[in-house]
Design a protein around this ligand. Structure first.
Ligand SMILES: [Zn+2]
Ligand SMILES: [Zn+2]
Length: 158
């Protein structure tokens, strides 16, 4: 269970081909937010895969993942990953769906439908309760500390 948690946190730190160096002048690219980066020297703007996909969708509402991939050069795998992370959502009038990982229901973002997400979290909470009953609070506190460190590391990668 601990290992699985770390895998999920790790995915948050994925940088989706973040630009590090300015194409124009070689300056350092600074994170501006929502997939956008700006050169600290010449103010040149560049985008990571998320920024590219997002810009394309804003200009072309209802675009399919195949179309986004073709026009922006972002891989369909990266687009699916962004959908799973709920960074992107399939438009409500689209006939395309993702599948809930537990019951197979149609969903538009994330990995689980709302029903399964609720029962999944109840399950995790129950396991946490059981762990506390077995291990006592001190040991549990140590594990939590570990988890927090991984999260901060993932945040810095953005
Ligand atoms: Zn520059
Ligand atoms: Zn489900």
């Amino acid at each position: 269970m601990e290992k699985k948690d770390i895998t999920i946190v790790g995915k948050l730190g994925e940088d989706y081909n973040r630009p590090y160096v300015c194409k124009e002048c070689g300056g350092i690219m600074i994170f501006k937010g929502v997939g956008e980066y700006e050169c600290e020297e010449c103010r040149y703007l560049a985008y990571d895969d998320y920024g590219k996909a997002r810009n394309y969708i804003e200009k072309n509402p209802g675009a399919t993942s195949g179309e986004i991939s073709e026009k922006t050069g972002v891989s369909q795998k990266a687009i699916r990953q962004m959908l799973r992370e709920s960074r992107l959502e399939i438009a409500s009038d689209s006939k395309t769906f993702m599948k809930c990982g537990i019951c197979g229901a149609n969903i538009r973002h994330g990995t689980l439908c709302e029903k399964c997400a609720v029962s999944y979290h109840r399950n995790v909470e129950e396991q946490e309760r059981a762990k506390r009953a077995l291990a006592g609070y001190g040991m549990d506190f140590k594990k939590r500390d570990d988890g927090a460190m991984h999260f901060i590391k993932a945040e810095q990668n953005k």
